[in-house]
Design a protein around this ligand. Structure first.
Ligand code: NAP
Ligand code: MG
Length: 494
């Protein structure tokens, strides 16, 4: 699979650096790491491996920007305008950002342009509007005498943002946008595998006029830069998206100064297809729900529960999609599914497929890695899976669907089967029956429930997980208020 030749973006023609206090600087240790194109295995660039010393500089810069200087005095409407300018800059440089995202993640270029970059720009616009709408409120207190009592919403302070590699630009922006709308300053630690679009975003942030220190970007390893950021006493809050295991580790590290912690973690989301559903749409959505972004989506519908009477048709339909999808480097014009992010991730996913087979599951589509330089895997459908199997219990984070059937289960039993997981991020229900839909909606323990739809992400809708899928919500009013502290004020007027 050859990648067509494309002119390299300017970012890749220079050494990659860190953004600290408005300056592009090398890391203190001088250590560097290759950034790889997962479609080819080729080295794209070398990133600076920031560590504790760089994180400390970045946190201090963020603190100065928070407490003194233009950002601290900036009116909310000016923050709105800056965020809107940044959104426009993302659109203007959309092709270049999409190319960087495709080179670094392997995802199809048109997906990167429409979804990743488009999503990031819209996220900035949505949150820009909140800067002028974050209000406290007066309270009718019953204290003796005459009082004026109200709440104030203030920025939580310096926020550490840690993001994964599956949707690098959109994830970074989904945290930066509400944090800045709320008046916070930030230190962003991108995933070590995917620093490119975060760094280009940093250049645009500087170019549109955010004051120095408001956004700092320190690339590096999770166990070094990430860990230092989480443990730093000068950080007031950490917002993390990533695996449940690292999320748990972060809680311990954040305990030192009891910083606030928001966690968007993994999932093992169920999809229920009832016999009365519009099966063509359900099949199409079930396939997209697990194969999009090569299954590297926290809310991927990875457990399919299908009624026995329609199971053959549904499984055959999803398996046919799996076989038909064009798996190719993201720069190939008709690519639909790119590689997984790394050789290690490919090994991990293939080990899950092997374990599923060993435990008695049957592979009806895919099931093999694709030979060649890039890290490609066939979209895979496994049937005869059972609740105790590793492939059903653990998040694979790859293009692997596990199918189970249901028969005369009551809705209560069926929901219990769906809820039989440590996770609780998302779920979808396919039926034309209102009663079935509403009964299932109420019973499912998941932060996001979709009826006759797969993903349906919208910035107005809070997104987050029940159980071990996380703490807190992103998006909506809740998402921006998460970057504030609430102060109660009572004034004695007697
Ligand atoms: P990960 O290993 O947990 O890493 C996420 C981020 O945390 C990376 O920037 C990572 O740096 C950093 N990190 C690793 N160890 C750390 C530590 N000890 N202290 C501080 N930071 C640390 O997850 P991933 O493998 O990149 O991403 C896949 C996971 O993300 C999946 O489980 C998926 O479900 C989850 N995810 C959740 C959502 C959601 O919204 N709920 C969205 C997308 C992905 P390195 O890159 O250097 O390891
Ligand atoms: Mg990792």
């Amino acid at each position: 699979m050859n990648t067509p030749h494309t002119a390299m973006p300017p970012l890749l023609q220079q050494p990659l650096r860190l953004l600290i206090d408005g300056q592009w600087v090398g890391c203190a240790s001088g250590a560097r790491m290759d950034v790889i194109n997962p479609s080819t295995g080729e080295v794209l660039a070398q990133e600076a491996l920031g560590g504790a010393a760089d994180i400390h500089q970045a946190v201090q810069a963020a603190r100065r920007a928070l407490e003194a200087g233009p950002w601290a005095r900036m009116r909310p409407a000016e923050r709105t305008r800056l965020l809107l300018k940044l959104a426009d800059a993302l659109d203007q440089h959309g092709d270049e950002l999409a190319l960087l995202e495709t080179l670094n993640t392997g995802k199809p270029l048109k997906v990167a342009r429409l979804f990743d970059v488009g999503h990031a720009a819209e996220c900035l616009r949505y949150n820009a509007g909140w800067a002028t709408k974050l209000n406290g409120e007066t309270r009718a207190v019953s204290l003796h005498g005459d009082w004026h009592a109200y709440t104030l919403r203030e920025p939580v302070g310096v926020v550490g943002l840690i993001v994964p590699w599956n949707v690098p630009l959109a994830m970074a922006v989904s945290k930066i946008a509400p944090a800045l709308a709320a008046g916070c300053t930030v230190v962003l630690k991108p995933a070590e595998l995917t620093p490119l679009t975060a760094l280009r975003l940093g250049e645009l942030i500087v170019a549109v006029g955010f004051p120095p220190g408001v956004v700092n970007i320190v690339t590096g390893l999770g166990t070094e830069a990430g860990q230092a950021l989480v443990a730093h006493p000068g950080v007031d809050k950490v917002s993390f998206t990533g695996s449940t295991a690292v999320g748990k580790a972060i809680l311990g590290s954040a305990a030192g100064n009891l910083k606030r912690v928001a966690l968007e973690l993994g999932g093992k989301s169920p999809v229920f297809i009832f016999p009365d559903a519009d099966l063509d749409r359900a099949i199409d959505a079930a396939a997209r729900g697990i194969f999009s972004n090569t299954g590297q989506v926290c809310a991927a519908g990875s457990r399919l529960f299908v009624h026995r009477s329609v199971a053959e048709r549904v499984v055959e339909g999803v398996a046919r999609r799996a076989r038909q999808l064009r798996v190719a480097p993201g720069l190939v014009a008709d690519a639909e599914i790119g590689p997984v992010i790394s050789a290690r991730q490919r090994e991990r996913v293939m080990a899950y497929v092997a374990s599923g087979r060993a435990e008695g599951a049957e592979v009806v589509a895919g099931g093999e890695a694709i030979d060649g330089a890039g890290y490609f895997i066939q979209p895979t459908v496994m049937v005869n899976t059972a609740p105790a199997m590793k492939v059903v219990r653990e998040e694979i984070f790859g293009p692997v669907l596990c199918v189970q059937q249901f028969d005369d289960d009551s809705l209560e039993q069926l929901a219990a089967r769906g809820n039989d997981t440590d996770f609780g991020l998302s779920s979808s229900i396919w039926t034309r029956d209102l009663r079935t839909a509403h009964q299932m909606v109420r019973r499912l323990k998941a932060g996001n429930v979709r009826v006759n739809a797969a993903a349906a992400l919208d910035f107005a809708m809070p997104f987050g997980g029940y159980k071990q899928s996380g703490w807190g919500r992103e998006n909506g009013r809740e998402g921006v208020e998460a970057y504030t502290e609430l102060k109660s004020v009572a004034i004695d007027l007697n």
